[in-house]
Ligand binder design. Sequence first.
Ligand code: CA
Length: 330
Amino acid sequence: INKTKKVTLKLATSWPAHFPIMGTGVDRFVERCAELSGGTLEIKVYPKNILVPALQVFDATSAAQIDAFHSGVYYWKGKNSAFSIFGGMPLGFTSEEMITWLKFGGGYALWRELYGKFNLYPLVGGTTGPQMGGWFKKQINALADLQGLKMRIPGLAGEVMEHLGVNPVLLPAGDIYTALERGTIDATEWVGPALDNMMGFSKVAPYYYTGWHEPGSILELTFNKTRWEKLTPQHQAIITAASEEMTSTMLQEFRYENAKAYQSLSSVVEIKTFPPEVIDAAKKALKDVLAHESAKSEDFRRVLKSYETFSNLNKPWDDISTKNFLEIRG
Ligand code: CA
């Protein structure tokens, strides 16, 4: 006899209802929690702006107005600059490397310690795989072409772009297309072929650049810590298992849907790669941004040190395994 008492949790997201891949990933997570718990764990999903505005889910969960949220980690850089590293690093780890660092390289311990100060308990809630570099109205053939360009690009990547002369802008998803069409912005990044295609960017910006700035962004499934600690060990285990399933399934779905969308997009738009001069300047600017943030914040320094320790361990092995194999396979 299952004597577990039924629990109902309120989870708000930063996405519209059933938003492809990200939102449907949450829907599947909720179904799995119900299945695995024999119906004793019910999670009610509140899409963006239904119960809580999209970018207030962090505060609402911290204040226990809701029990949990699903969102992107880089939105909370203003709370603590170190949080941006848990969301992913420009020119840094792929999704698989990010998750490995979090689970085995000490990343989770730091993330939970720093979120603990907001009474929050984070879990990875999916990852996008490599994102594309974005849509541009004009070609970027040299560093000079970036001067004064207005681009929608968030997080550390926005800071890097600022060092290269770009004017980074933050716009909610619903406003990007119109801003690009009217020329209020000259370029935008979003995610990858599958989700970008739905936004119709190819109609107003013909050049689609390959990515560098979000090689493996992490989405989060974060709980109010007090609420989390009150859950039974069984419910905690179910949520943890379902979140891991959600993460691997989302990565697979992004890969499949991006591959399909790329097949149709690549014949209609021009796929471009940033010139080496731009990538070299981005690498240099990233170093400056990281040094600047480290000087300002001990938390940032600690998280970056952990990230770099795993990077130094991982790179030699990755070079002779994955990277070498992909080169051999051709
Ligand atoms: Ca993005």
